[in-house]
Every structure is written in C-alpha cells, then in structure tokens.
Design a protein around this ligand. Structure first.
Ligand SMILES: [Zn+2]
Length: 204
C-alpha cells in the first residue's frame, strides 16, 4: 500500500499502523500566564495615597466650578475671569491629573476585588485590592507563535470581536498577527481576532 499523506510542522505526532499514516496530536496550543514567574508587580498604591488622590481630584473639579458659579451668579466675583479662562484652566488641570495619575483615576472609577482576584485596569495592567491598598501588576511571557521571540502582553479588548474570552492579549513583536484570548484562569490561546475599531454610529 502506498501512502501519499505527508506530515509537516511541529507538534504533530505521527503513528504508523496497518491502515496507513494518522495525524494525531493536533491539540490546541496554549500557554498558562498565571504562574508566579510570569507575574510582574508594577506598583503598590497605599489606601492613604489613593485617598489623597480622590480629594485632590474632587478639589480640582470643585474649585474652578464653584468659582465659575459664583461669578456667573454674581454673588461674589471670586475670580471674575472670562468664561473661556475657566474652561481652559479646568481642561488643563483635569488632563494633567488624569494623565499623571491615570492608574489612580482608573482605580477610582472601578470596583477592585480583593487579592488574589483582580480586575483589568487598562492596557496590560491588572489590579487587586490588598490589605494596605492596591497592587498594580501584569502577567507576560514568551509568545508561542512559531519562531517568535516576542512577549505576550495583555491588551485592551477588541471592539468588534465577540469571542467569549476573559481578557485579550497581543505579542509585542507580531502585534495583532499574534493575538490571544485568555480564559478565566489566564490561559492564553492563540486566536484570530478582528481588531478593527468600530465606526462611530454603527453597531457592527
Ligand atoms: Zn509573537
């Protein structure tokens, strides 16, 4: 009997038996991200510091707003500046605070679970509540796409792709070509993901 089937590529087991050549071992490849050596702690934020951030953030909004209202109502001309100055100063202060303290701002806006549970903060960052405050960390390890030397990094979720994954990741070398879906145990599976951004006003 002549066998014409060929077997190429890695991760294939070839068995020769009486009926010919059979491919087995085509199991889905994956990598477990949630192992201690893949965890990288990025930042500890104390409850005290987060409290100070919230006070500062609220004041940065409240002070110009109160000044504006006072001027508009002409109760008492606190600053008595043109309207656009308020808008300008307010925007600059707001953007500066949010960009410098973006992690704090995101924590302020999200419900952070106690460690070892965690939630996705932004980009590759995850966050857990600890005894003294918060820990910001990430998981990353080597990309498992063939011949790639890149590193898997957790990413923002895609806008269109509706595959049922807990989190998503990309490789820092292959980018969107080397996409992963992460399940609830942070096991990363190579998957093809539609990363196109949604056009405003359209649902698909
Ligand atoms: Zn890669």
């Amino acid at each position: 009997m002549e066998i014409k089937q060929t077997n190429q590529g890695k991760n294939q087991t070839v068995i020769n038996n009486e009926s010919g050549v059979v491919n087995i071992g085509n199991v889905q490849r994956y990598v477990d991200l949630q192992v201690p050596e893949s965890r990288h702690d990025l930042k500890q934020i104390s409850s005290e510091f987060q409290g100070k951030f919230i006070v500062g953030f609220v004041l940065s909004i409240a002070v110009p707003t109160l000044g504006l209202f006072a001027d508009l109502l002409a109760i008492h001309p606190v600053f008595d500046l043109p309207f656009w100055v308020y808008v300008g100063v307010f925007s600059v202060v707001f953007i500066a605070i949010v960009s410098v303290y973006f992690d704090n701002y995101k924590i302020f806006n999200s419900d952070v679970p106690d460690a070892p549970s965690f939630s996705h903060l932004h980009n590759d960052r995850l966050v857990s509540r600890t005894e003294n405050g918060y820990v910001v960390f990430t998981y990353s390890c080597g990309c498992i796409y063939p011949n790639c030397q890149g590193v898997i990094k957790i990413s923002e979720p895609p806008e269109r792709y509706n595959g049922n994954y807990h989190l998503f990741a990309k490789c820092n070398v292959g980018g969107e070509q080397h996409s992963y879906g992460l399940d609830c145990n942070l096991v990363a599976y190579p998957v093809h993901i539609d990363w196109r951004v949604r056009e405003p006003g359209k649902n698909s």
